[in-house]
Design a protein around this ligand. Structure first.
Ligand code: NAP
Length: 283
């Protein structure tokens, strides 16, 4: 039976440490603030933003939400980002995806100042991650790495298979694991014989958004299985991409959904906001 990679518990400990850091900064007269922009209404985004706001409050980070109507123009969004870039009281800027189709989200990400880009989506942060320079790392892959580190999972020389190649999870996950000397295969919707590829994996990271996609048949005995997926079933239940019950019989370590990668993503966002605050205040 696999040991659980308990993201909920680790995230709680990280928040505890961050709270102390935020208090220390406050004693020096430095407040920390995250600005979140939402464009249009989307019930999932609203839940995510509420969770982020709640987490910020817990550690003492100020939080402000900016809501633009779904009819807002791209220029209106860029103008808002520019205002927040100039606002010295704002340390981190997060643009909640998705945005309406008429807005070029990459253009918006490029407009966020790299040192306020706490999601790590600006090309400068993405590029610095690739070349191994200090940067803001996309929160989900960063959270996965922290979880693997906490449980002392050996990465060097291991075969890691990443399912999904999105800019926010799959691609930065490659760079994070590569930096730790794993050998990496990335699978996507055009990959053939995924099952045979996953069977060779010592570490499997699934981020495709399909419930029960990863079955125990695909998993090597003793593999480490990290489930990034968040899928809502018709009855409202939240599940990951991994068939948890059967896979946990074969894996050595596994993340539950919920309670695995999700809380780590938010914890890393908070960590990035504190890092941004320190950089901007030369601490
Ligand atoms: P995304 O942008 O939709 O990307 C999904 C990826 O999965 C794409 O690369 C796609 O391939 C691939 N894919 C889709 N169907 C596939 C199939 N049948 N076989 C192989 N690959 C397939 O999604 P995302 O934003 O990366 O998110 C992925 C999942 O993680 C979602 O469930 C999301 O809710 C969840 N998520 C969780 C967290 C967290 O904090 N836990 C954070 C972010 C996302 P193509 O590139 O070929 O289309």
């Amino acid at each position: 039976m696999a040991e659980i990679l308990d993201g909920k518990e680790l995230a709680k400990n990280i928040r505890k440490d961050l709270k102390v850091e935020v208090e220390k900064l406050k004693k020096k007269g430095i407040a920390s603030k995250l600005a979140v922009i939402m464009v249009g209404d989307n019930s999932s985004s609203e839940v995510y933003v509420k969770n982020k706001s709640f987490a910020c409050k817990k550690v003492g980070i100020d939080f402000e939400e900016f809501f633009l109507d779904k009819s807002a123009t791209e220029q209106e969004l860029l103008d808002l980002i520019e205002t927040l870039n100039q606002d010295k009281s704002v340390n981190g800027i997060l643009l909640q995806s998705p945005v309406p189709k008429h807005i070029d989200i990459n253009k918006a990400f490029r407009t966020i100042l790299p040192n306020k880009d706490v999601d790590g989506f600006h090309p400068m942060n993405v590029g610095n991650l690739v070349i191994g320079e200090d940067c803001f790392i996309s929160c989900t892959p960063y959270g996965v790495m922290k979880l693997l580190e906490e449980y002392k999972i050996e990465i060097e020389g291991k075969n890691a298979v990443i399912l999904g190649r999105s800019n926010i999870v799959g691609k930065p996950m490659v760079q994070c694991l590569l930096a730790q000397n794993a050998t990496i295969t990335v699978c996507h919707s055009k990959t053939k014989e995924i099952e045979n590829i996953v069977k060779n994996a010592d570490i499997v990271i699934s981020a495709i958004g399909k419930p029960h996609f990863v079955t125990s048949k695909m998993i090597k005995q003793g593999a480490v299985v990290v489930d990034v997926g968040i899928n809502r079933l018709e009855d409202g239940t939240i599940v990951g991409d991994v068939e948890y019950e059967s896979v946990s019989q074969k894996a050595s370590y596994i993340t539950p959904v919920p309670g695995g990668v999700g809380p780590m993503t938010i914890a890393m966002l908070l960590q990035n906001v504190v890092k941004a605050t320190k950089i901007q205040n030369k601490q």
